[in-house]
Design a protein around this ligand. Structure first.
Ligand code: NAD
Ligand code: DAU
Length: 345
């Protein structure tokens, strides 16, 4: 089988590339990625040594470039990870989220329709469901929960999901969608909560916690997400949505304290800052469907996953040092640097 992995130079996509190469020796993998600030070829350096892997640089929202890709590669399967993925960036610059996440997905769907594939899989997010209240721990997102996006990011992902459904219903494109909770693990870009806190703590810099720190996320080790997507692509029912999550809800402040403990750093580094606009309170996935239909369940406990993740960042200084010096440095200064005094609570 030939699989195109879009966005494979980013966090989850690269982990998925390595998962495929390891678990499916019979498959060929083509990574198609625009290499935005979030994509890094360094991340794929080991994959580059494998003759079953190839890399093509390109934008999913360029019809010409996507057509060229499909003509040259004739893929069986397309797994779409390519996206603008950071909620804070979507609040300051929403347009690119629409171009990449909505229009880019439509360009890929159109190519699947034109050239024919056995499966188009859309990697979506639990954020399309909006949020849940903190005082109702009995409530979870199921596949029947209404779409109720809060941020420009989640609105763009929800829009893409609707297009994926429409291409199935209207043109018969064989699609699946998975909606996963927050991932953590190797190659996580340091703008996101866990790697940001690890790197700031390592440098004895303040750890900026938004609002009261009580917002809850449902954390899943990235490898478990990759295994779930692989199952959905190979065994999931066409036209269906599968929620992915491991019942591992933690408040942000608890996650930050865990990171500090792992690194032996003091809690005095924590600094409460201005809240994110429209900040979702709680995410919680009900993974019954993927468990019952496909037999998936997470293999990594949070305590083990976070220890491995902290160790990975300690062992891969070169990877994040080179990232932290690029465009990301400017973004960090804008969000937490120059305006830091203003942002302090
Ligand atoms: P990421 O930001 O780390 O990586 C995104 C990748 O997409 C990068 O390699 C980037 O270069 C590439 N890309 C961006 N725009 C592109 C374009 N126009 N054309 C081609 N490539 C482009 O993102 P991530 O955290 O790995 O998320 C991957 C996918 O999973 C996204 O669709 C996201 O919505 C979804 N998701 C993420 C999480 C999470 O916790 N990170 C959870 C659920 C779902
Ligand atoms: O739920 C899945 C989603 O998880 C994915 O769809 C997104 O692509 C991914 O980025 C992630 O979104 P979040 O907004 O939940 O992740 P983030 O790491 O940005 O923030 C996690 C929580 O931590 C959130 O409540 C905001 C808070 N936070 C974040 C940062 C970066 C802070 O308190 N301080 C920070 O500096």
């Amino acid at each position: 089988m030939k699989i195109i992995v879009t966005g494979g130079a980013g966090f989850i996509g690269s982990n998925f590339v390595y998962y495929l190469l390891r678990e499916h020796p019979e498959d060929r993998v083509v990574c198609y990625d625009a290499l935005t600030y979030a994509g890094d070829l360094e991340t794929l350096s080991e994959a580059m040594k494998d003759e079953r892997f190839s890399f093509v640089r390109g934008d999913i929202s360029s019809r010409v470039s996507v057509d060229r890709l499909f003509e040259a590669e004739k893929p069986d399967v397309v797994v779409n990870f390519a996206a603008e993925s950071h909620v804070d960036r979507s609040i300051t610059s929403p347009e690119i989220f629409l171009r990449t996440n909505v229009f880019g997905t439509q360009v890929l769907l159109e190519a699947c329709r034109k050239y024919g594939v056995t499966r188009f899989h859309q990697v979506s997010t639990d954020e399309v469901y909006g949020d849940l209240p903190l005082d109702r721990p009995d409530l979870f997102f199921t596949e029947q929960t209404n779409l109720n996006a809060s941020s420009p990011y989640s609105a763009s992902k929800a829009s893409a999901d609707l297009l994926v459904h429409a291409y199935h219903r209207t043109y018969g494109v064989p699609v699946t969608i998975s909606r996963c909770s927050n991932n953590y693990g190797p190659y996580h870009f340091p703008e996101k909560l866990i790697p940001l806190m690890i790197l700031n703590a390592l440098h004895d810099k303040k750890l900026p916690v938004y609002g009261d720190g009580k917002n809850v996320r449902d954390w899943l080790y990235v490898e478990d997400h990759c295994a779930a997507i692989d199952l959905v692509v190979r065994k999931g029912r066409v036209g269906e949505v599968y929620n992915i999550g491991g019942h591992n809800e933690r408040s942000n402040i608890d996650v930050v304290r865990t990171v500090l403990k792992e690194l032996g750093k003091p809690e005095s580094l924590i600094e409460y800052v201005e809240d994110r606009k429209g900040h979702d309170r709680r995410y919680a996935i009900d993974p019954t469907k993927i468990h019952d239909e496909l037999g998936w369940e997470p293999a990594t406990r949070f305590e083990d996953g976070i220890r491995q993740t902290v160790q990975w960042y300690l062992d891969h200084r070169q990877w994040w040092e080179h990232i932290a010096n690029g465009e990301y440095k400017r973004f960090y200064e804008q969000l937490y640097g120059e305006d830091k005094e203003k942002n302090k609570k």
